[in-house]
Design a protein around this ligand. Structure first.
Ligand code: ATP
Ligand code: MG
Ligand code: FE
Length: 341
């Protein structure tokens, strides 16, 4: 079965073709980061309009990469939510229009399920069950995953997501949107002893997180710097911030593994691309003989491959999910636990 995946929940238009026999056939992505950069964040209306411009050329690209004709697609999976309503509507309408024209079924996919399953696209995929640490721009969650569609939320952030904390702290340091990758590059040459930031909820008895206090601590330090703050000082602040955030993510992930008696940890979402987090998780896991799995770097942030893959997994498990009801509706707010299995 060949599934076309369409992702358009935020500022990336991603398309991909996944074959349940042969694996990922092709994928193509257009990121709107450069377009939104001058506004310091994603402008929803601009995002929607750009998805419209990009979707069909990207479709041609994935078809020609895979040397397939559009009639060879068996089903179309699209991101139904959560995300920006207008942006989601573009992907959904492209999916439904195309499916109607080709007389193929569609399936709406939960964006976080896409992230959650993205490590399974790697060459050495993890076996179920595992603990997943989902760290993206909008979410920070620990989940127990027993199979496709079998997700149990163990804990989540009570305020800012990890990616959001990265982006906001980077902005305070004058780095442009999205600052996650930039602040982590900067942290590489920072002095770890220069600033000790709080580790919010590190010792709380649950698996929840809170990152807004950490961002405020960065703000306080930045405010007290001279206007001509030097690069080394910025790097020191970046380092203090990254170390604090990483400490909390690692500690809670290890606790989740212990409490569930599991040995496999899977990382998903954009912050999973972070090198400091990877290094710290690998060290903590090696000490306890746990295994850590990551998505390929290009599949950490939003992409069409994870949606095509999640669609294929879902349809294999439950073919009845495929519908020819093309009256689509998107779900900008959609808690993962409301997902039907
Ligand atoms: P959600 O999936 O929750 O709706 P999203 O789709 O915007 O949010 P992703 O695309 O998974 O999130 O990830 C984007 C986030 O990842 C941004 O906040 C970005 O700064 C962060 N990020 C990407 N690369 C890195 C990195 N190397 N280090 C730290 N953060 C990073
Ligand atoms: Mg994005
Ligand atoms: Fe995402």
């Amino acid at each position: 079965m060949i599934v076309l995946g369409i992702e358009s929940s935020c500022d990336e238009t991603g398309l991909a073709l996944y074959d349940t026999e042969r694996g990922l056939l092709s994928h193509a992505l257009h990121s709107q980061i450069a377009m939104h950069q001058e506004y310091g964040g994603v402008v929803p209306e601009l995002a929607s309009r750009d998805h419209i411009r990009r979707a069909l050329p990207l479709l041609q690209e994935v078809l020609s990469q895979a040397k397939l004709d559009k009639h060879q697609i068996d089903a179309i999976a699209y991101t139904q939510g959560p995300g920006l309503a207008g942006a989601l509507l573009v992907g959904a309408s492209v999916a439904c229009g195309l499916a109607m024209a080709l007389d193929k079924p569609i399936v709406g996919i939960h964006h976080l399920e896409g992230h959650l399953l993205s490590p399974l696209l790697a060459s050495q995929p993890p076996q179920f069950p595992f603990i997943a640490l989902l760290v993206s721009g909008g979410h920070t969650q620990l989940m127990r995953v027993d199979g496709v569609g079998r997700y149990q939320l163990l804990g989540e952030t009570l305020d800012d997501a990890a990616g959001e904390a990265f982006d906001k702290s980077a902005k305070l340091l004058g780095l442009s949107y999205p600052g996650g990758p930039a602040i982590s590059r900067m942290a590489e040459f920072g002095d770890p002893a220069a600033y000790k930031f709080p580790r919010p909820m590190l010792h709380s008895k649950d698996l929840n997180f809170s990152f807004s206090g950490l961002k405020t601590a960065v703000l306080t330090v930045v405010k007290n710097q001279p206007a001509n703050i030097c690069e080394q000082d910025k790097a020191n602040i970046a380092r203090g911030f990254v170390d604090a955030l990483v400490d909390v993510l690692v500690a809670k992930s290890i606790t989740a593994l212990k409490e569930n008696g599991l040995k496999r940890l899977v990382i998903a979402g954009g912050v999973g691309a972070n090198q400091q987090l990877r290094t710290a998780l690998n060290a903590a896991a090696a000490k306890r003989r746990y295994q850590v799995y990551y998505p390929e770097l290009e599949f950490c942030t939003d992409n069409g491959a994870m949606i095509a893959f999640a669609g294929a997994m879902r349809l294999q498990q439950n073919p009845a999910l495929a519908t020819r009801d093309y009256g689509f509706n998107v779900r900008p707010r959609w808690p993962l636990h409301e997902l039907q299995t």
